[in-house]
Each structure stands twice: as structure tokens, then as C-alpha cells.
Design a protein around this ligand. Sequence first.
Ligand code: NAP
Length: 349
Amino acid sequence: MSPLTVGIVGTGIFARESHLPAYQALPESFQVVAAFNRTKSKAEAFAEDAGIAKDKVYDSLDEILADESISMVDALLPVQFNAQTVEKCIAAKKPVILEKPIAATIAEARKLVQLANSTTLPIAIAENWLYLNAADAMKEHLADIGPVVSFTYNSTGAFVKHNKYLATTWRQKPEHIGGFLSDGGVHQLALLTEVLGEVDSVSAFTKQVREQSGTDDVVFSTMKMKESDLIGTFTYGSAFGSCEKSIYFKVYGLNGAVTLNLSDKKNPFITKTVGDSAEANGDVQTIPIEEHPSFGIQEEFLNFHEAVVKKEKRIIRGSPTVAFHHLACVAAFLESSANNGSNVVVEQP
Ligand SMILES: NC(=O)c1ccc[n+]([C@@H]2O[C@H](COP(=O)([O-])OP(=O)(O)OC[C@H]3O[C@@H](n4cnc5c(N)ncnc54)[C@H](OP(=O)(O)O)[C@@H]3O)[C@@H](O)[C@H]2O)c1
């Protein structure tokens, strides 16, 4: 079968450093054949790296959509453009995968979900953390610790002054709710909810620690999950002074505990203790987890490829409905914090 031909829209940092290498590593499934970027010189440089013909460096999304040789679009834009991009792709009958978070606001995210529901075309949100082996490994090990009772998820780190992402103007003046809380926070919420199911309600405080973040950049919250009366905490932010970077996700059960440690993304591992009490004195087992160097991106692309080839949008793991929930959690944090930490039910699409 011939590979899907991809038109890239937005040839910025992530397109260049992550999406292009992932496509190039999957030549039997994808061929990047066209590009459009607001600043054309960047699309031209991208085209050279990608081996795209000069006449396929376009001046607009419309030109990409009019090119019948392109079988799918990959959009890596500031996310306030996601909903309008989907609308145009549907009109042109082109499947599209768009970078996370789903949209800049809940209203736009809802519109995008409705657009996706109105068509049989595959529409995906590229939430690569949904495809991590860590999620499946956590689910497997949770089976050993009895009914799960509660959890704590902590993703925190020091502020990085010379962060290439912070240098992008659309992040400095974010139109997307919560700025970095939605930009990076949705990844953590994707992993959390992939393992434990959807969040029912939150009570949260958010605050802005760094002026450069443009808006609130840390959240400390408590959560109630939809399933089984599970309760837990979720903490996110990389705006602090010097501190160890940590991403850990600990789930407590009646018969033990499982902790995922993703602090070093190249060497993630799980620790597990089984036993019903302190007296059970369970040994701590350490289980390494293998993650692909693309950190879920190749898997997400292959999932989208299958959906396009089979014309079966229901197999997409990062569907707009799934990604809506991640952004809706961020919206709930912000609303709760604005109301002095009162409990807020997470909105449905
Ligand atoms: N999954 C992940 O781990 C991950 C990591 C990083 C980023 N991302 C996502 O990838 C996307 C791109 O992020 P990035 O870090 O690559 O940012 P970036 O380098 O700023 O890329 C954004 C691209 O959008 C274009 N753009 C900006 N404003 C525009 C406008 N008003 N109209 C049309 N085009 C515009 C830019 O064009 P110019 O060249 O003209 O500025 C640029 O090429 C975002 O959705 C982000 O959330 C995902």
C-alpha cells in the first residue's frame, strides 16, 4: 500500500524537531509532500529538510487543501486556529491531525468536537501521551493492588529561562486558557485519565509565579473521579526556583500501591508494593518501562494512519471528545480558583 501523503501546516519547532523525524521514520506509512507556514522562509527551510518539492511550498492552507495529491493534513499551529482548520479540512474532505490542546477555549473545543462528530472523516488531536506504554503498564499493575482508593499526580520543575517554547510569541501572550497549564498540563491530564478514567470535579488554586508565563502557571488541586469514588490530588507547574524535575503518579489501593516515575523520560519506571497493611511488609518491586524515543508520536501517527486507511474514525485514541476532557479539566481548575477553590464539575462536550 502506498504511504499517506502529508501536508504540514505550521512548520515551527515541533513540526521540525518531532513530527518530521517521526514521519521520516515511517516511510511505508507516510510521505511529507507539502508545507505551508505563515513565514514562508521557514516553510522553505522545512521543505529542504523534508525533501519537499519547491512548488509544494504553499502560501495558504487553502492551497494545501486544493492539492488532490495530498491525502491528509497535519496542523501544528497556535491552537486558537484549530477549530477553523478543522472546518476547512472537512469542507475539502481531508483527514486532519492537529496538535494539542484541542483548542484555546472551551467554546472552541466544543465547536471542534461538534465538527468532528458531523463527519465520517478521521479528525484527531495529537496527544502523544495517550500512546505511552506507561499508561498500559500502570493499568496492568493496578490489578495487583486491589480496589484503588486514591492517587497523587505531581508534575513539577524549575522555571527554564532559556526555554525555546517560551520564546514563541503566541505562548508569551496566550490566547489558550491557562497558558502553560493547558499547553503542558493536558499531557499530564491525558496520562492520568487514560489510567484512571475521567475527572468528575475539581477544587483548585492556580497562580502566576512567572511574569514571562503570561498567565497562571501552577495549579494545586484535589479531584474526584467519575468511577468508584476515587479521590486524589493533581499538581502541575514548572515555574519554580531551582528544584528537581519530578513527574510521579502514585495510585493507592487496599492491597498496595503503584507509582509511575516519569521524571527522566528516557528511563521511566514503576515501583509496586503489594500487601493489605503495614504488617504485610510487601517488598518494593521496581519495573522499568520501555518508551519509544518519539515518546508516543510514532504510535499516534500509526493510529491515525490506520483510521485513515480503514476509513474508521472510531479507532482514534486521541479523538476530539477525549481531548476535550483534558482541556475541560484545565478550565475547571481556573474556574475553581477564581471562586476561592470551590468545587467545579468538569464540563462535558
Ligand atoms: N505534543 C507535544 O509535546 C508538543 C510540543 C510542542 C508543541 N506542541 C504543539 O505544536 C504546535 C506548534 O507549537 P511549536 O512549539 O512548534 O510553536 P511554533 O514554533 O511557534 O510554531 C507555530 C507555527 O504556527 C505559525 N503561526 C503562528 N501564529 C500564526 C498565525 N497567526 N497565523 C498562522 N500561523 C501562525 C508559526 O508561523 P511563523 O513561523 O510565521 O511564526 C509557526 O510556524 C502547538 O499547537 C503546540 O501546542 C506539541
